[in-house]
Design a protein. Sequence first.
Length: 478
Amino acid sequence: MKYDHHYTVSRRGFLTAAAGAAISASLRPARASAVDERRIKIAPGEARFSGADGPSTAVWTYNGTVPGPPLRLRQGQPVRITVENGLDEDTTVHWHGIRLPNAMDGVPGLTQAPIRPGESFVYEFTPPDAGTFWYHPHADSLVQIGRGLAGPLIVEEAESVAFDGDLLWLLQDWRLAKDGQIAGGFGSAMDASMSGRVGNLVTINGIVPTDLGVKAGEQVRLRLVNASLARMMALRFEGHRPVVIAIDGQPCEPHEPENGRLVLAPAMRIDIALDMQGDPGSRHAVIDDFYDGLAYTLTNLAYDKALPLRAHPIASPLALPRNPLPAPDLANAVRQEIVLQGGMMGGGKLKGVGGMMGMGMPGMNGAPAWAINGMSMTGDGHAGMAPQFTLERGASCHLTIRNETAWWHPMHVHGFSLSVLSRNGSPVPHWQWQDTVLLAPKDTVECAFVADNPGNWMLHCHVADHQMAGLMTVFRVT
């Protein structure tokens, strides 16, 4: 499969959009109330992926834009977000990565009634963790995310962290037809049973980028959000040494990524400290080379010709202040295991909502393509979903996730962050917490968390086709 990146945009257009996203992400509303009030309207709209002068594409939007407006909240401050549904179908909003009350989690049937066309729903929560998060629908999610519904959510640290700049790249992947419109065919059996709906166009903050202007000597915090349906990314910053300072919104031990590649699966976020040590006037490519033989240049870091901001690079990036995550008691933890099964080349038969899978392609005729522990739950969530396991509130859980399939799966847990302990029997080299854990084919990952948030919580693959075709389950905290 060839991925065609045929749209172009002027450098000024990209810089304007990137600057606008950075500015709007940094604005703080001046409010006397202790509760931060926000409003979001979901409705059809148009996007111009190649800049203001390019062709328009029909999309679905939050407040008229793709991606949706950056929501910048304060750690520990209550927020009330009124969401109005201007679509012709049901929707919800899931506040991805936020540890919030179960009733605010945005899963239709499981945690709330769906928001009907023309109706509104008020989400209220207090974000306990600072970091980089995002928001998206959890109803008809394959189509709704695929048509543009995604937006960044940043929770500011209680005390600001010193960087020369705070940049945000929300990455989206689009499958467009020849006429520039979003292609049909959502939920095909091939996408469902293989790598998912990988598109042919990648945007940063809603446009196809060329150059990003930078200054020599500055150190920036770059927040990367992969809001794609299925595209995995592995970013290389040529001539630079990015340092990972947070994963999925949670600060981690600062470290350089293995082989210099930032692997970013759908739903994941990575914050990096990036020292701009290139020469004034130079250009350096940012390359995505996750798929063999299909590497492409995502953008270029284009240095202006001014003298460096400082004579010597900063000695080391600052470690971000840790969030108030409860430490699991591994010695007394309850052990649970989930096994990922199915897909093309997966073998076996799947039992679940769609019944038994026969000899045809997995996912055909509405049959499930995937299973967890032998059971398939398809769709977006519904009332009466039987939990895979139940934990008492306050218990520590040692969770093993085993991937028996031939495909990659970013497994996302709602309502919690997981302390990642080991991968394929080897301890992880840097302490880290994640809400979306990427498993390569045949990987086994061990994690732990404290079940301190009561409710019925989703656990699913964030390749949307995989979730919709059965790679989803629920666990309960009493």
